[in-house]
Design a binder for this molecule. Structure first.
Ligand SMILES: Nc1nc2c(ncn2[C@@H]2O[C@H](COP(=O)(O)OP(=O)(O)O)[C@@H](O)[C@H]2O)c(=O)[nH]1
Ligand SMILES: [Mg+2]
Length: 358
């Protein structure tokens, strides 16, 4: 006899699932209301959780009746035994209900935010060793504990560009490479008055390089479009003292610059910085895919863009955790204002708000 758990938004919905799977004669053993997605009882959705079993006793009874008819008393005794078995099983399920509240809520919340079950289990498990259930119910205490738990979760590194260094920006179309370069160029060129050169590899779409050129023109920074690695080397060696910022532009989202193409450029130019630009509004799996895709190029840093467009950056943070340190965070479309050095960005504050609630 197998005890099964069903979760649904309404009892009616749960019953449909149960009838489908266990048949018309399914026995409902227990129902209860549960809340998911909330923390400390705030927010979240209510679901019904129904424990049910298939009535295979009936089948067994019918088979057994053939050789020797059972008495009603025997049948009742049998049913009693099976109910006892079921209730034992239920208490077993309760016992293994991974953590006491509010830790269990936290575990589920972390999964909702993009952690996988084993990661969230180990994080919450650590937390239960550090604080009591009572303490965990105190909003300030749990916030503090989570902040500590996620301390250094995101690697970050301040980047200082110096004369003659080269930086290339790679990533899918539309993530904010050109805009980010414009922001950095404005700071280095206009504010710090450092000599700059902006290049763009744009083998397909003239308009993509055009956008970079427009920014460069406005800031009076020299700009060139590059069509071959040799041409890039020629330009670079003739301007040894400038900081060189290099943009890359594909034709569209479905027709990016080929990895092998960028790789060839990178091998020739040997830039000190290879920034993988990541859109913070993307899901963890998408970001993981991007990292995998661009890794052969030899990323040195990550730039996290568009954090102003999302309330949740936890997923992307999970994806970049094992990658390279974050150098910059961008938080808007304004050039040059909307960029922050990642070293000055309070990722932990963002994480605490996402995990505990605002
Ligand atoms: N909200 C917001 N938009 C951004 C940010 N960075 C870039 N964008 C916008 O994203 C779009 C694509 O940017 P672009 O620099 O052309 O991306 P690229 O294809 O990677 O060069 C543009 O509309 C930008 O204004 C940011 O930090 N926040
Ligand atoms: Mg661009």
């Amino acid at each position: 006899m197998e005890l099964k758990k069903y979760t649904a938004q309404t009892m009616a919905e749960a019953m449909i699932k149960i009838k489908e799977e266990l048949g018309e004669d399914a026995i409902i053993v227990q129902t209860r209301k549960i809340k998911r997605g909330s923390f400390l009882g705030i927010g979240g959705k209510t679901y019904v959780e129904v424990m049910a079993i298939k009535d295979d006793e009936k089948v067994v009874r019918e088979e057994k009746r053939m050789p020797s008819q059972k008495t009603i008393e025997e049948e009742i005794a049998e049913i009693k035994m099976s109910i006892k078995g079921v209730s034992e099983k239920i208490s077993e399920v309760r016992m293994t209900g991974l953590f006491p509240e509010p830790f269990e809520n936290l575990r589920i919340r972390l999964i909702e935010l993009g952690m996988n079950p084993s990661e969230s289990f180990s994080i919450v498990s650590d937390l239960t060793k550090k604080m009591t259930v009572e303490d965990a119910k105190d909003k300030q205490k749990i916030e503090f504990a989570i902040r500590q738990l996620f301390d250094n979760f995101v690697k970050r590194q301040k980047v200082n560009f110096s004369s003659g260094q080269k930086a290339i920006f790679i990533g899918p179309t539309g993530v904010g490479k050109t805009t980010t370069i414009a922001k950095i160029a404005a700071k280095l060129g206009l504010k710090d008055k450092l000599p700059l050169l902006i290049l763009s590899f744009d083998t397909y779409r003239i308009s993509a390089a055009q956008q970079m050129k427009t920014y460069a023109d406005i800031m009076h920074i020299p700009f060139d479009v590059i069509y071959t690695p040799d041409q890039a080397m020629e330009i670079i060696s003739s301007t040894p003292n400038r900081i060189i910022l290099i943009d890359t532009a594909g034709r569209s989202q479905f027709d990016e610059l080929k990895i092998s193409e960028i790789e060839t450029y990178v091998k020739t130019i040997k830039p000190e910085f290879v920034f993988l630009v990541i859109d913070a509004t993307k899901k963890r799996m998408d970001v993981e895919e991007n990292i995998k895709h661009f890794s052969p190029i030899g990323i040195t840093h990550v730039v996290l863009t568009k954090i102003d467009e999302t309330v949740s950056i936890f997923g992307p943070l999970m994806a970049i955790r094992d990658s390279k340190p974050v150098a910059f965070v961008t938080n808007g479309q304004s050039v040059p204002g909307d960029i922050i050095s990642a070293a000055d960005f309070d990722f932990e504050d963002f994480i605490v708000k996402e995990v505990v609630g605002r």
